[in-house]
Design a protein around this ligand. Structure first.
Ligand SMILES: O=C(O)/C=C/C(=O)CC(=O)C(=O)O
Ligand code: MG
Length: 228
């Protein structure tokens, strides 16, 4: 139950995972998408969390699983309609996160005007690092985040390039719904997203702060969904 566990194990809280999209101009460009005039966001279920030691499971319906490395911001105090200048008081700390994306499924959803849940919200779509307390990161807009696949660098971005800053995002979201203690905001991916296959190893980090490794495995197709 939320509240009975330490925030340093936020992935056990079962709180909201709020993901911001197209928050880096070069990533929006590589996707062929327009820059957002206001933050674009979507949710993942809390069962999407996965920790080091467990694999990222590629959904059986996905032919093109993409990595997106993102800075996660952990809410430490309830935020309801907070102004930008008070927003950082609601932050407990940070984590490195992956917004794993079934890109082919997302393309289909975009064409049909459907939500992105199948593409972004499957089990293990949100690998997360250890919690990093706020005190260890004096300026979250001055971080280098990176990601390698099988030892090769794929993504390298600087959080100073975010279109919408962390205080703006917290303020904006908190005017739409209340952010609760234990909620995590994924702040969007820099450029360089790309495919991973079963047996690939993903390593990612916030330079000089934290790193993590995950193996990708293939999910199996259910024999039948009849009777569900
Ligand atoms: O613009 C697109 O086609 C896709 C955008 C995303 O997947 C958004 C993100 O999750 C992101 O920018 O991090
Ligand atoms: Mg993303």
């Amino acid at each position: 139950m939320a509240g009975s566990k330490p925030l340093s194990r936020f992935w056990e809280w079962g709180r909201n995972i709020v993901c911001v999209g197209r928050n880096y101009a070069e990533h929006a460009k590589e996707m062929g998408s327009a820059l957002p005039a206001e933050p674009l966001f979507f949710l993942k279920p809390s069962s999407a969390y996965v920790r080091e030691g467990s694999p990222i499971v590629r959904p059986y319906y996905c032919r093109n699983l993409h990595h997106e490395v993102e800075l996660g911001v952990l809410i430490g105090r309830r935020a309801q309609a907070v102004p930008q200048d008070a927003a950082m008081e609601h932050v407990a700390g940070y984590a490195l996160c992956l917004d794993m994306t079934a890109r082919d499924t997302q393309e289909q959803c975009k064409k049909k005007g459907l939500p992105w849940t199948l593409a972004k919200g499957f089990g293990s779509s949100c690998p997360v690092s250890d919690f990093v307390p706020k005190e260890k990161i004096p300026d979250p807009h001055k971080l280098q985040i990176w990601l390698k696949v099988n030892g090769k660098l794929r993504q390298e971005g600087d959080t100073s390039s975010m279109i919408f800053s962390i205080p703006y995002l917290i303020s904006y979201i908190s005017h739409i719904f209340t952010l609760e203690e234990g909620d995590l905001i994924l702040t969007g991916s820099p450029k360089g997203v790309g495919s991973v296959e079963a047996n690939d190893e993903i390593e990612a980090g916030i330079r000089d702060v934290v790193s993590m490794r995950f193996k990708v495995v293939q999910g199996t197709e259910p024999r039948s969904l009849k009777g569900v």
